[in-house]
Write a protein that binds this ligand. Structure first.
Ligand code: SF4
Length: 345
């Protein structure tokens, strides 16, 4: 997206509704997204590979979710309180810091329209010679069974997220719902718990073990961003759902092994069921902010994860995925069966 910041705002209010502006929408559609007002959906790279007959994504490998029936989307595609340096998205153009409850779409409307977009994106694989016709037909004529609420922006900024998660839970085809948060809206996490609207698995992104590094990596807009993140960390320890702390390591910013004891101290506060240690991936618009050398090899990620284990006696090594440069550790004390659904692809 080669436009200067001043040239356009990517969010418009039309007929009292928040919408991604037409100019940005055109670019998102061209980039392979589906868009509905302030929400977006995408078939991720690993889903594409699974459609072409390769193995499922690392969440399929680790937890058994159905990659082939995954719908990755966000109800707040262009809203975020951080400007993370490693983000693949056009964070520089994100504008507003609040989604007005009276100007957002209802959950049912969002999901209905995004599923239409999801099928439109899937239809593109019908003619792909690598895609098994029978498998394709089954997926295309069916409904998503796994919802990954992440994609772009910060989903917890969508004020009706509790109703949206409960709507997804009410769909008979739903087997699992993952929600990824940057921890900047701890009140929304409390509300999800109060409304019995927590996802199957809640991810808290963790990119630093101290405030200075947090500022460098997440470039937060909220003045109390660190306090907000720590509140979300504490919430994790009492959340009534499966919880994951996902660490994204960037060689030049937060890879320093001497800080690992500090990471462990914070992880103990959240006491999650799983810890995923993952390398930054040099993709999308992050290539304008970071170097290729900032990616870590899978071996370096594994070494770092095993060093972390030395300070986390309650955890043990669970699995790894070389393709995604990620290692997962499991909590033996706050234990839950790793498999959410019987493993398929
Ligand atoms: S769970 Fe994540 S990685 Fe796996 S297919 Fe869905 S969006 Fe892609």
């Amino acid at each position: 997206m080669e436009n200067s910041k001043e040239e356009f705002s990517i969010i418009e209010i039309i007929e009292d509704k928040i919408k991604i502006d037409e100019n940005t929408k055109k670019k998102l559609l061209k980039a392979g997204y589906g868009v509905y007002n302030h929400s977006a959906v995408e078939i991720c790279h690993l889903h594409e590979k699974a459609l072409e007959g390769e193995s499922g994504c690392y969440k399929n490998k680790f937890y058994g979710i159905e990659t082939l029936r995954c719908m990755q989307f966000s109800p707040a595609a262009m809203f975020c309180q951080n400007r993370c340096i490693y983000c693949w998205r056009a964070t520089e153009f994100y504008k507003l810091l609040k989604m007005d409850e009276n100007k957002v779409d209802e959950p049912k409307e969002i999901i209905k329209n995004l599923i239409k977009e999801w099928k439109r994106l899937l239809s593109g694989f019908g003619g792909n010679p690598k895609v098994d016709k029978k498998v394709f037909k089954e997926i295309f004529n069916g409904m998503p069974s796994h919802f990954a609420i992440s994609l772009s922006g910060e989903p917890t900024m969508y004020p009706k997220l509790d109703k949206l998660v409960n709507y997804l839970k009410s769909l008979p085809s739903t087997k699992s719902i993952f929600l990824v948060t940057n921890g900047q809206e701890p009140e929304m996490l409390e509300k999800l718990q109060k409304e019995n609207a927590l996802p199957t698995q809640l991810y808290l992104s963790m990119n630093a073990a101290d405030f200075e590094t947090f500022k460098k990596v997440n470039v937060p807009l909220y003045k109390d961003a660190w306090e907000r993140w720590n509140k979300s960390l504490q919430f994790l320890s009492k959340a009534n759902c499966r919880t994951v702390i996902r660490i994204t390591l960037i060689r030049s910013l937060n890879y320093d092994k001497s800080k690992i004891p500090n990471w462990a101290e914070l992880i103990k506060i959240g006491n999650p069921h799983f810890v995923e240690v993952k390398s930054y991936m040099h993709l999308g618009l992050s290539t304008k902010r970071l170097k290729k050398e900032d990616m870590l090899t899978h071996e370096e990620i594994k070494e770092w994860a095993f060093e972390l284990l030395k300070y986390l006696p309650n955890f043990e090594y669970m699995d790894e995925d070389k393709r995604s440069r990620v290692v997962v550790l499991q909590n033996k004390e706050r234990y839950v069966d790793r498999w959410i659904t019987k493993k398929t692809r």
